[in-house]
Ligand binder design. Structure first.
Ligand code: CA
Length: 427
């Protein structure tokens, strides 16, 4: 009964959204195969039908609020979610911060990814037939191997109290997603937790917290996969140690997730070896939960990027549209042929310049709508990083869109993976 009540408004909204956008001639949710005269793609053998081809678009609402528009391959303005679905993307990933606002209600930026905004992204994804991967940071702002800051509301709590708060927060957020019609397929408890989580630094409390998050996922979305997410597969022995701790403490999870950025994280052979080891030793699925690559060395929003010309990082592919596609294709190929491999998720492929003609113009939009990585207000929560280096987007040269919102040829990769594609210049 509840489901039927939900279905009708969803269908109505979906039809409305089709009318509102510049739609392709066929109102279909099927993947469209976009031919390409310029993008060479080596076909991936044995690519499973249900393999996850994901895209993290956590900043999309802030981008749209800042005036960013996205276009299809014919140059028509389009809904980003629909375009991604048509291009073969299967899952959208969204990060969740507990409370990314200061005491006066100013957003910290990075998409201002509150639970409410994650719900809106999940709702829109479902309307376009996209499943959702929910990425709980259990922090009020960015959590990564460098920082796992406890949410403001949980300061002073011991691990037991935090676990209770985490269970409640996870349940409530997932219930909101369910009510909005989001198709939650996977939930990660924590983000890049290399031995740190929510202010805890010992495995005993960390595993206790992970178990609280996992239990919440099992209760609200019993069919969803529970993922635990780490980074730095290139660090010898680290993943084996993490997985051993999870096993010893009996953390209930399905997917061992890894970030893999080709310019930081070692070789694909090593990635495959360390993930296979976990999959085979502990009978787990594995996924590359974040990856990306640059299509240009240039910055396009007056705020420096994480990689570019002169960066002291590995550069296994040229910074070109073809190089970007080749990098992603090879990560997918590797994961398909790794034990337990179920998918690859591209990180923030639609986070582009907000389009101003100067740093000042863009800065005003970043501050107002949270479309840069951090606002000045975020310094009150994260003084050492955001407080000193706040600003715009550091990955606009790793998007699948040019600075004006038009898709790069490399976005056709996902629908060409099975067939492959040969072009005249392809040797
Ligand atoms: Ca930039």
């Amino acid at each position: 009964m509840k489901k039927n009540l939900l279905t009708l408004p969803l269908l109505f909204t979906f039809l409305l959204s089709l009318c509102a956008c510049a739609a392709p001639p066929q109102l279909t949710q099927d993947v469209v195969t976009f031919p390409s005269d310029t993008l060479a793609v080596k076909a991936i053998s044995d690519l499973p039908e249900d393999f996850i081809l994901g895209m993290d678009i956590s900043s999309v609402l802030s981008e749209e609020e800042s005036g960013v528009k996205y276009y299809d391959f014919e140059g028509r303005e389009t809904d980003l979610f629909r375009l991604l679905r048509n291009c073969g993307i299967t899952h959208v990933r969204v990060r969740v911060w507990n409370d990314p606002y200061d005491s006066e209600g100013h957003g910290y930026g990075g998409g201002n990814c509150s639970p409410e905004r994650a719900v809106e992204i999940g709702r829109r994804a479902a309307l376009c037939g996209l499943k959702l991967i929910v990425d709980f940071h259990y922090s009020d702002f960015w959590a990564d191997p460098g920082k796992q800051t406890v949410p403001k509301a949980w300061r002073g709590m011991d691990a037991m109290e935090k676990a209770e708060a985490m269970f409640k927060f996870t349940c409530e957020t997932l219930q909101q997603l369910r009510s909005a019609g989001a198709e939650v397929a996977m939930v990660q408890v924590g983000n890049e937790i290399n031995g740190f989580l929510c202010g805890e630094t010992d495995w005993d409390p960390i595993c206790y917290l992970l178990q609280a998050g996992s239990k919440a996922v099992r209760e609200v979305f019993p069919d969803a996969l529970v993922a635990v997410h780490f980074s730095n597969p290139e660090r010898s022995g680290a993943y084996r140690e993490y997985a051993k701790h999870l096993d010893e403490y009996g953390v209930d999870y399905d997917v061992f997730a890894s970030s893999y950025y080709p310019f930081w994280h070692g070789t694909l052979d090593n990635l495959s070896a360390v993930l296979s080891d976990i999959a085979e030793t502990y009978d787990k699925k594995v996924i590359v939960m974040e990856t990306s690559y640059a299509y240009t060395a240039d910055d396009t929003d007056f705020f420096g990027n994480t990689i570019g010309e002169g960066s002291a990082v590995d550069r296994p592919y040229p910074y070109t549209v073809q190089g970007q596609a080749d990098a992603v294709r090879d990560v997918i190929d590797t994961t398909v042929h790794t034990s337990g491999g179920i998918g690859v998720v591209y990180w923030e492929g639609a986070w582009i310049s907000v389009g101003g003609a100067s740093w000042e113009e863009n800065h005003a939009l970043w501050e107002r709508y949270g479309s840069g990585w951090a606002t000045a207000c975020a310094g009150s929560y994260d003084p050492e990083d955001a407080g000193r280096y706040y600003g715009g987007c550091a990955v606009d040269n790793q998007a699948f869109f040019d600075p004006s919102g038009h898709p790069l040829e490399s976005l056709k990769l996902f629908c060409l993976l099975r067939s492959g594609n040969t072009v005249a210049s392809d040797p």
